[in-house]
Design a protein around this ligand. Sequence first.
Ligand code: TRP
Length: 330
Amino acid sequence: MKKRILTGITTTGLPHIGNYIGAIKPALEFAKDSNDSYFFLADYHSIIKNNKPSEISSSVENIALAWLSCGLDTNSTYFYRQSDVPEILELSWILNCITAKGLMNRSHAYKAATALNNDDIDKGITMGLFSYPILMAADILMFDSTHVPVGPDQIQHLEMTRDIAARFNHLYKPIFTLPEPIIHNEKKVVPGLDGRKMSKSYGNVIPLLESEKKLRKSIMKIVTNSLEPGEPKDFNDCTLFELYQHFANEKDVLTFKQSYKDGISWGEAKEILFNAINQELKPVREKHSEYIEDKGLINDLLNDGAKKARVIAKEKISKIREVIGIKDIS
Ligand code: TRP
């Protein structure tokens, strides 16, 4: 059976190498083997977490640029903004009506957000945050995706999507495909400058689309221990080493390991990491500087992508409406 891959990135913040390693690169690898791939900008998810319009629009632009600069081929994929496909929101409401509130109560993201509240457990919780997994289910079920590449933190959302789809199929007619997650980097969380998971909310990211100089500066800031040059070093739990593994082949990783045992200085190790990342990002930066000169083109590509995606979405939503009894009077 042909795989239909679908994944989205929430448009908050600027793209960093965690997005690149964790989402963009594996998604583009899958796209090579399957010409049925859906990649989108989850802009309606982003307003759950951020209500600064200028930050949202700049993030949309930059995340679109990141996908394109990393080599996404818009001819052979569906590349669109979630907000340009209103059928997704329509489906989201329909799914809201069949989803048990109790299922949403169990969401890790919702529980984490309420965990710090004392008397009023729902303080600061919006309905958007609460029903976030339903919008995500609509993204996925709209296009009958079979496989969804996600990071380990999204597994529960995929399980919820399957629950919601199964409930709809049982209640009405079996018209939704139950998607499988593809979990990449199961063990390896991409670490940021301070060793914690690379994330905009920790302020520890290495940017993807910045200049060579800024990339270098950022890598030099990675926190290491205080072992001196010449002292043997442990590559386990070392941020530099973990990042290096994503950018080097096996042979180079072995050599790097040996250098740790031989007491490489942290300065040299950072230089080696910088060169490896820089080498891989050079073509990305080149494409980026071409695209950034032509913002009209980015809009055109996204509009075309939405047009293509809406053909599929419209067909599906009319089937769904029919099934639930929203149809012409006959
Ligand atoms: N929730 C995902 C994240 O924050 C983004 C996302 C939204 C998504 N809709 C999706 C991912 C559908 C995969 C499929 O990373």
